[in-house]
Design a protein around this ligand. Structure first.
Ligand code: AQP
Length: 353
């Protein structure tokens, strides 16, 4: 094979770029309020572990948030709150780049460029659009429909190689890979790495406390469906006490959780918080009723989430400190983004006179 060609037969990137392609993480959370245990266990907690092995870029994806209507003051407040959650959970703003998406123009720029080569058929397959647009599809905004292209741009703008997300984002990640491949093929270059999803940890899909068949979500109208990262100890205990279960005790054999979505969810949450497998939790609590188990679960949830929630509240009360983190993060992100946007313009043939 021609040395200038990559493994997939396309022209390889210059050697100087290689080191930059090695191990870079990009991920984000929408500042849409009600940050919950699912966001923590499925995403943020895993990022804390990754920061020592990867160059990490963690974004507060405010442009994604506005694909649905947001109150401007609430949007600003939630943007600071997500930033505070990252830092309170243990993400080091010196080591990692933390910024909000709208402060780096490259996200919107690359989104347009990638949108021009994304077939509508690929977007029509996205299940999250169907869920969020609901029955009134014709009234849904173009932004909501094009959301996965912006997400591909978020990742590819930094040539991120790995993307740690919860299971619900898997389909969007696959699309990002397809879009990267389409760009590389169109210009016969191995320019964008194909980003690898990292669906990590024991709680890749935490379910609602009210319905074990739907995921815990910020937008669920019932606050009893989720444990918010800022809930106090009494609220956590109340929500867990009221969490839906079934009349059967916890089984000794984990297989017997099959067909018991609410029981499986609570056992899963306990395991994720205690760093135990579901089988280990079943062995420990097998035969016991949910009343005792729920008491232990709330104590555990409060002991893990309480200090993080308290630190979040403390940081949010210091908006100057949070804004400094975002400002510095935006400068660092822009350095990478502007370089890559220039390269992409050159590849496409957009003249920069
Ligand atoms: N229930 C969940 N279990 C595990 N991981 C989850 N994530 C979200 N919900 C769960 C992961 O959290 C990260 C940030 O998610 P997001 O804010 O970008 O949006 P989302 O996936 O749409 O999350 P929500 O909370 O359900 O918001 P709404 O209600 O607005 O849709 C992602 O890595 C996600 O996988």
């Amino acid at each position: 094979m021609d040395k200038a060609l990559g493994d997939d037969g396309h022209r390889a990137v210059p050697p100087g770029e290689r080191s930059e392609l090695m191990k870079r993480i990009f991920s984000g959370v929408q500042p849409t309020g009600n940050l919950h245990l699912g966001n923590y266990l499925g995403a943020i907690r895993n990022w804390v572990q990754l920061q020592s092995d990867y160059e990490c870029i963690f974004c507060i994806v405010d442009l994604h948030a506005i694909t649905l209507p947001q109150d401007p003051d609430e949007l600003r407040r939630h943007t600071r709150e997500v930033t505070a959650a990252y830092v309170a959970a243990g993400i080091d703003p010196e080591r990692c780049i933390i910024f909000n998406q709208s402060t780096v123009a490259g996200h919107s720029q690359l989104s347009w460029l990638l949108g021009c080569l994304t077939p509508l058929g690929w977007l029509n397959r996205m299940t999250q659009f169907k869920e969020k647009a609901g029955k009134h599809r014709e009234n849904a905004g173009l932004g909501l429909y094009a959301y996965p292209v912006l997400m591909a741009a978020d990742i590819l703008l930094y040539k991120a190689t790995h993307v740690p997300v919860g299971e619900d984002q898997k389909q969007h990640l696959e699309l990002a890979r397809d879009i990267a491949g389409a760009f590389n093929r169109r210009y016969d270059l191995a320019y964008f790495p194909l980003p690898e999803p990292q669906i990590l940890g024991a709680a890749t899909r935490v379910m609602s406390l009210r319905d074990g068949t739907s995921k815990m979500s910020k937008s669920d109208p019932s606050d009893y469906s989720r444990i918010n990262m800022t809930d106090d100890a009494d609220t956590v205990a109340l929500k867990i006490r009221r969490a839906k279960t079934d009349p059967e005790p916890i089984p000794e054999d984990v297989e017997a959780l099959e067909g018991r979505p609410e029981a499986a969810n609570l056992v899963g949450i306990y395991g994720a918080l205690a760093n135990l497998s579901r089988a280990e939790v079943c062995r420990q609590y097998g035969g016991k009723g949910f009343a005792d188990f729920k008491k232990d679960l709330s104590d555990l949830a409060v002991s893990v989430m309480g200090p993080i929630g308290a630190e979040m509240q403390r940081l949010v009360s210091e908006p100057g400190y949070v804004d400094d983190i975002l400002r510095r993060g935006a400068e660092r992100a822009n350095e990478i983004a502007e370089r890559h946007i220039k390269e992409v313009h050159d590849i496409i043939g957009l003249l920069r006179p």
